[in-house]
Ligand binder design. Sequence first.
Ligand code: TXE
Length: 498
Amino acid sequence: MVQEYGLFVGGKWRKSEGKRFETRNPATSEILATFPSATKAEVDESAHVAKAAFEKWKKTPAPRRGELMLEAARIFRRKKEDLARVVTTEMGKVLAEGRGDVQEVIDFYEYAAGEGRRMFGETTPSELPNKMCLTVRMPVGPVGLITPWNFPMAIPAWKSGAALIAGCPFVLKPSSLTPLCAAKFVEVLEEAGFPPGVVNMLTGDGAVVGDGLVAHPDIRAISFTGGVETGKHVYESAAKKMIKVGLELGGKNPILAMEDANIELLMDGVMFGAFGTAGQRCTASSRLIVHQKIYDQVVDELVERAEKLRVGNPIDPKIDMGPVASADQEKKVLEYIEIGKKEGDKLLTGGQKLKGGAYDKGFCIAPTVFAVDRTKRLAQEEIFGPVLSVLKARDFDDAVAIANSVRYGLSSSIYTNDLRWAFRAMNDLEAGITYVNAPTIGAEVHLPFGGTKETGPTDTREAGTTALDEFTYWKTIYVDYSGRLQRAQIDTEKIVGA
Ligand code: TXE
């Protein structure tokens, strides 16, 4: 029987007044569960509940908040295999990657829990005697977390882990393509025993729940991962309330292959970076920029490798690449393939939906490689599917110019054994992340994650200690224990030597 989920508000699963929608397996079209589309009244209610919970949660000592997170991490570890199967079944990434999604949850919750005993501020000398100055992090209040479908447990974990340890209750609004993953995620937090109202989840329309949370006066920060247009819209509405907004909006991430690159290593990296998660990662290696001297060799090997990838139902451990996540994603990727053909890009392999037998029930697209000119749309726009654009560069400077010619700036990579190129790339590539001799994917949870340009504003970074910045503000505290009025900047000279 298909399970019917409700909303999670105030520590309870409850019914909704909204219409219901289905979530399906993108490999088989099987219905997995149904969920409600929360109404505006339910958005208001969840924000009020989160606000009420904030009063107690902010006063719960941060190490105690961390203990609950460690308990959640233990449960995630115990349930890892089951949860990984939910990720694979609902989102379509292969099982090894489904396990990776859950491992990121465990890693980040453990890491963030430790922040409960750090969350360092500063102490500095005062300019006046018998006075001390310090800074402490303050939680901003209840927050809204709006998440996409491509890392359906890891992204909710990155955002919620930082919010929880900072002292902020949250309302999670997951993508309507992966509500089951979000529900399973929330069930673990429920089992871990977070106080009622600290953890809330509303499923439903972006325009009702997403917009509703961003505009709600009780919601004091938004962390959003998704498409650029939606992200800009969220940014604008949040600006009207002057609240913090974390935005992570995708990329067109380049791998630069220099003439001295280890080709075997490069190929392993490109395959993983371009076709892992069927190319649906914000950090996917979607452009391969190759030095002209090795271009022909790289292209030949690339085509051979891409054609060997086994595409199909990702629950089967023999499969290398699963389907794209939905009919809409499939349509978008196939449209881009048509655009490439119309613009005169050279299709080197793939370029079609896979059909026949089990393929007819899902959204599998052949791993696709195009040789592309730098100004073409396939060289510039995020496709978010298993389509790799290969570009030819004259030399290092030309490769960097191509890499930096796009509107995004999330991840980047260079394959070379020459220190000069490696270090110059670290400086010259316009991106929040640069890898050397590794593909553009593979972020680790204890380091800042985010980009520049239209990937998102540079003032927030997920993961790492920087994750706290999304959900806290600095308070500066002055403690005067001189027992008399001391006036900074005014008549200080009288005090000196007093
Ligand atoms: O994203 P949306 P979609 C890119 C990728 C993909 C495209 C569209 O190129 O093909 O975006 O994907 C919620 N106010 N990325 O349609 O719509 C929505 O319900 C507030 C890259 O899935 O941006 C979901 O929870 N929220 C990205 C979330 O926003 C709104 C990962 C993201 O959905 C809203 C995913 C609104 N008005 C897609 N409308 C990455 N950076 O990795 C929708 N939402």
